[in-house]
Design a binder for this molecule. Structure first.
Ligand code: NAP
Length: 340
C-alpha cells in the first residue's frame, strides 16, 4: 500500500522532505502540497501532486492519508489541530508549537481523539550515533549519568531568523529533547549565561550557554552558537559514575597533505543528519500506514516548548527558571518505538 502524503510548507526543509519522500523512500507518494506562497508550492510539487490553496483543504482532501507540516512554528498549532480533527497521522517539524498554551491545545485534542497521531521532527533520536550513545547509557555499564555536555553549532542563520529568541525557540529545542531522551528524565529548571556577544551577527544574540537541571539531579550544559562561520558541528559527551560516553564526529575521510591532517565538516543539518531524516520518515511511514504515530510525541514537543519558554525567561531574569509540567496523559506513557 502506498501512503498518500500532503506537505504543508514548501520552503527549505519542506523541499528536502519532498525529495526524500519521492526519491529515497518507498511505500509513500507526495500527492498534495500547500504553501502560503502558491508559486513556491507549484514549483515544489512533484509530478501529479495537487496544489491546494489552503492547508485546511489539503488536510481534508481524500487525496491525503497523512500530513507533513513544514510551515513556520506559529502556524503549526492550527494545522495540527485540523489534522487531529480529520483523524490523519501528522509529522510536524520542530518546534511542535511556540507557546505552552498552544502545546496544551494540541495535546488536549489528541488525548480527546484517543490515539496518537502526531510525531515531532526531533530527528536526532533516529541518528545511528545518538542511538548507540543511548544504548550504552541505558545498558548501565557506565553507572548513572551525572552530566551531559552538548554542543550545537551552526555556521550561520538566514537573515530573517536573526532574532534574539531564535537560538532558544528554534535551536535549543533539539538539545532539550535529546537530553530528556538520553538521560530518560525531565528537565526541571533552566539557567542561561550570555558570554560576550559575537561581533559577526549584528543584532543577533549569540552565543548562549544554557544549563539544564534534570529532575533527577544530573546537569546538562549546552553551547548554542548559531553563527560560528566554520560549519555545522554537533557534539556531546555524557559523564557517568564509572566512565564517559561520547558522540563521535561523523566518520569522514581523513585527508593528509602538506597543510596537515583534516576531515571535512558538514555544511549544515541536511548533510549531518541526512540518514537520520530518512530513518525518522521510514518509521513515520510505517506507523502512519497503521493510522497512528510513534517516535517523538506531542508530550515531547510540549516539554521542549516549556524549556524554550523557561530559557527566554532565564535570559530576562538572569536566574534559575523552574519548569512546571502537567501530569503526563496515559496516551504518552507507552514506549512504542526505539525513538519514543
Ligand atoms: P522556510 O524555508 O521559511 O519554509 C517555511 C515555508 O512555510 C515557507 O514557504 C513559508 O512561506 C511557508 N509558510 C509559512 N506559514 C505558512 C502557513 N500558515 N501555511 C502554509 N505555509 C506557510 O523554513 P524552513 O527552514 O523550511 O523551516 C520550516 C520548519 O521546519 C520550521 O518549523 C523549522 O523550525 C523546521 N526545521 C527543522 C529542522 C530540523 O533539523 N528538524 C531544520 C530546519 C527547519 P513564507 O516564506 O512566505 O512565510
Amino acid at each position: 500500500m502506498t501512503l498518500k502524503v500532503g506537505v504543508i510548507g514548501t520552503g527549505m526543509i519542506g523541499q528536502d522532505h519532498i525529495r526524500r519522500l519521492t526519491t529515497v523512500l518507498s511505500g509513500v507518494a507526495v500527492t498534495a502540497v500547500s504553501d502560503i506562497d502558491a508559486d513556491r508550492a507549484r514549483a515544489a510539487a512533484p509530478e501529479g501532486a495537487e496544489v491546494f490553496g489552503t492547508p485546511q483543504a489539503l488536510i481534508r482532501s481524500d487525496a491525503v492519508d497523512a500530513v507533513v507540516i513544514c510551515s513556520w512554528g506559529p502556524a503549526h498549532e492550527e494545522q495540527l489541530i485540523d489534522c487531529i480533527a480529520a483523524g490523519k497521522p501528522v509529522f510536524c517539524e520542530k518546534p511542535l508549537v511556540t507557546s505552552e498554551k498552544a502545546a496544551l491545545n494540541v495535546m488536549e485534542a489528541e488525548v480527546a481523539f484517543g490515539r496518537r497521531l502526531v510525531q515531532v521532527g526531533f530527528m536526532r533520536r533516529f541518528d545511528a550515533d545518538y542511538r548507540r550513545l543511548k544504548a550504552v547509557i541505558d545498558s548501565g555499564t557506565l553507572g548513572a549519568p551525572l552530566m551531559y555536555h552538548s554542543v550545537h553549532r551552526n555556521a550561520s542563520v538566514p537573515e530573517g531568523l536573526y532574532t534574539s529568541e531564535m537560538p532558544l525557540n528554534d535551536t535549543l529545542v533539539h538539545d532539550a529533547d535529546i537530553s530528556r531522551w538520553l538521560l530518560s528524565d525531565e528537565i526541571a529548571a533552566v539557567e542561561v549565561r550570555l558570554p560576550r556577544r559575537s561581533t559577526r551577527g549584528g543584532e543577533l544574540r549569540d552565543p548562549h550557554f544554557v544549563l539544564l537541571h534534570m529532575a533527577g539531579g544530573a546537569l546538562v550544559d549546552v553551547e548554542i552558537s548559531v553563527n560560528i562561520a566554520y560549519g555545522y558541528d554537533i557534539r556531546g559527551e555524557v559523564s557517568c559514575e564509572q566512565g564517559i560516553a561520547a558522540l563521535p564526529n561523523r566518520p569522514a575521510t581523513v585527508v593528509s597533505d602538506r597543510h596537515g591532517i583534516r576531515q571535512a565538516i558538514p555544511e549544515d543539518w541536511r548533510e549531518r543528519f541526512i540518514e537520520a531524516y530518512d530513518q525518522e520518515f521510514r518509521e513515520w511511514i510505517l506507523a502512519a500506514g497503521q493510522g497512528t504515530a510513534t517516535g517523538p510525541s506531542t508530550w515531547d514537543g510540549y516539554a521542549a516548548t516549556l524549556v524554550a519558554d523557561a530559557a527566554l525567561r532565564a535570559v530576562a531574569s538572569g536566574g534559575r527558571e523552574v519548569i512546571a509540567m502537567r501530569d503526563k496523559p496515559a496516551l504518552y506513557e507507552t514506549a512504542m518505538s526505539k525513538a519514543a
